[in-house]
Design a protein around this ligand. Sequence first.
Ligand SMILES: NC(=O)c1ccc[n+]([C@@H]2O[C@H](COP(=O)([O-])OP(=O)(O)OC[C@H]3O[C@@H](n4cnc5c(N)ncnc54)[C@H](OP(=O)(O)O)[C@@H]3O)[C@@H](O)[C@H]2O)c1
Length: 326
Amino acid sequence: MRRPSGPSGLGLTETDIPAPGPGQVLVKVAAAGINFIDTYRRSGVYKVAFPHVPGSEGAGTVESIGTGVADFSPGAEVAWADSVTGSYADYVIVEADRLIPVPPGLTLDLAAALPLQGMTADYLTRSTYRLAKGDIALIYAAAGGVGQLAVQMALAAGARGLATVGTAAKKAAVSEWGVPLEDIIALSTLADLTTALPRWVRERTDDQGASVVYDGIGRDTFEASLASLKGRGMLVLYGGASGQVPPFDPQELNAHGSLYLTRPKLGDYIATPVELRERAARVFAAAASGALKVAIGHRFALDQAAAAHETLEGRASQGKIILYFS
Ligand SMILES: NC(=O)c1ccc[n+]([C@@H]2O[C@H](COP(=O)([O-])OP(=O)(O)OC[C@H]3O[C@@H](n4cnc5c(N)ncnc54)[C@H](OP(=O)(O)O)[C@@H]3O)[C@@H](O)[C@H]2O)c1
C-alpha cells in the first residue's frame, strides 16, 4: 500500500528479505490470515505509516533467528497475531516473545486462520464478559471469522447463543456449531433493524433480553444492541464493520437499565508474553483436538489480496479468509 485507498490500492512489489535483529525471528510465511483490521488500516480508519505492508496474522516456518533467541530454531512451525504488520509477504520479522508455537496436529493453514480471531473470541467470552451457564449472548456476524468461534465458545461455556447473520444463506453454517435455527436471525429479513432486532431478542428470551451483546458491526447495530440487553447487561463493542459508532450520551446506558459498555481490543488482552502464550495455547489446543472447529471459507493467492478484501467488506464471506503463498 502506498497510500490509504480502496482494495485496488493493494499491489505486489519486490523488496530485500529482511534480517532478524536481536530477539527477532525471520519467518517464511506459509499462509496469512485476513482480518477486518487490515481493511481499517488500508482505508485510513486506523492510521499507519506508508508504504504499508498489510497483514497482522499468519503462520510459517522459522528461517533464521537473531541473537538472544532461545525458544525457536530454524524449521520450527510458528504463528503470530496482532503484534506485527507485514504478513502479506513471503517473509516477515516477528519478535520472538510474540511468536506462538504451532502444536502437532494443526496445519499451517489453520494456524494462520486461528490466532487473531481465536484469541479475540477467547478474551471476549472468557475475560471481557465471562460467559457461564444461564447467560444469553447475542452474537452478530455469527458465520464470520470471530463470530464462528465466539458462538462455539459461548455454547461450550454453557451459555445460550442468539446469532445474527446477514442473509438466510448463512444460517446453515451457524446451526452447524450447535445454535438452533430458531435462535438465528437473518438481518436482511428485518425492515428496521433498530426496533425489530431487540423485539426478536425479547421474544426469544421471555422478554428478558441478553446478558451480553458482542457487537463487531458498530454504527448500524449500536442502538439495537443497547435495546437488546437486560438491565445491568454488558455491551461489548469490539469493532465497526459497518463504520465506527459516533459519540453518544452516557445517559443512554442509564435509560436502558444501568448497562455497561466496553470497547476492548485484543492487544490489551495479550499484552504480556505470558498472557499471549496462555491464550494462544488454549485456542490452538482446542482446534488441534477438534473441540473448536475453524471453517476456512475462502483461500486467495497473494496477488488476489484485493479480491480478499472485497469479499470481506462486501459481506460475501463465511468463516475465515486466508492468503496462501506458492
Ligand atoms: N477488538 C478486537 O480485539 C477485534 C479483534 C478482531 C476483530 N475485531 C472486529 O470484529 C469484527 C469482525 O471481524 P472479522 O475479521 O471476524 O470479520 P467477519 O465477521 O468475518 O466479517 C465481517 C462481517 O460483518 C458483518 N457485517 C454486518 N454489517 C456489515 C457491513 N456494513 N459491512 C461489512 N460487514 C458487515 C458481515 O456478516 P453478515 O453479512 O453475516 O452480517 C460480515 O461478514 C470486525 O469489526 C473487526 O474489526 C475486533
